[in-house]
Write a protein that binds this ligand. Sequence first.
Ligand code: ADP
Ligand code: MG
Length: 333
Amino acid sequence: MTEPEGVPILSLTHVSKTFFSGRRSRIDAVRDVTFHLYPHEIVCLVGESGSGKSTTAHLIMAMETSTSGTIRYQGQDVARLRGRSAHRQYRRAVQMIFQDPYASLNPVHTAGYTIGRPMEIHHSIASASQRNKAVLRLLRQVDLTPPAEFYYKLPYQLSGGQRQRVAIARALAVQPALIIADEPVSMLDVSLRAGILQLILQARDEAGVTFLYITHDLASARYIGDRILVMYRGIICEEGMADAVINGPQHPYTKALIEAVPNPEHLEDGGTVDDTVIPSHPSAPASPGCPYYALCPVSVAECQQNLPDWTELSGKHRVRCFHVADARHGVKT
Ligand SMILES: Nc1ncnc2c1ncn2[C@@H]1O[C@H](COP(=O)(O)OP(=O)(O)O)[C@@H](O)[C@H]1O
Ligand SMILES: [Mg+2]
């Protein structure tokens, strides 16, 4: 068993996305990605810049279409949603919080309008006065108090942290089952990050929301995540319970990442959320095999040719690496 038990809320199965720019340039932004999200968990997708995290988010949100593979939400193929009401239901159930709180809010809409509008669109609360009450409740929930004052604020009157709180309230307004949060704190001042992470934990605990939390920051992944998926140049190379991945990394890339973190105590105490940012690795030439093969200290010939299958370890932990697979089967490398 490599996953929490139960029925997944969202499943990606062998999902790939290739971008072509010009005739010769091909970018395999997402390669053969498979993972499952289970109700009420926070799963962190961690990786350096350019590893395909946002593309994965856009595929889930149906903002991009995958080149191959399947994305299922509660068993239903997202690419085969038919009709306005099916799309609308999906758009309501799966919300996204973006990285840039300055770009994600309409500059001419008040906080109250921004938060109330999704309820109106999705007819989740019919009467205007009920909606207003719900908006005030949400403002209080995300600590924008006094809510009656914040209701009328325009984005330019809010700080980055306050804007991200409005974006979270807007996502929560339609009682989503799943929120994809794409680096929601990376543009915020370090002192504001823990507060936003706390709101996410609270949304999981009190409203039962499942989160895919995307980050290039290992400390926040360790702090907030039940499980961690490590992404490197399009592939998920390792996944497992957060503690298992941080304390016992198996993939050579994950090991290099954790060794490169300047202050590993921050990962262990789990309470400090600052800039323990994943370093960017020099890029290696693209290959059909493991994207880390050229930099990997233990690569074998096969690494350049093929993507390895998953090797299952104990503790809901698995890794995609020929070296680990061979070592476990007693093959000398
Ligand atoms: N619309 C696009 N067209 C072409 N290339 C893209 C597009 N979106 C992303 N990419 C490329 O895909 C790769 C992964 O990007 P992205 O998913 O944004 O990574 P991350 O969010 O991990 O930083 C990068 O090489 C990026 O340049
Ligand atoms: Mg991104």
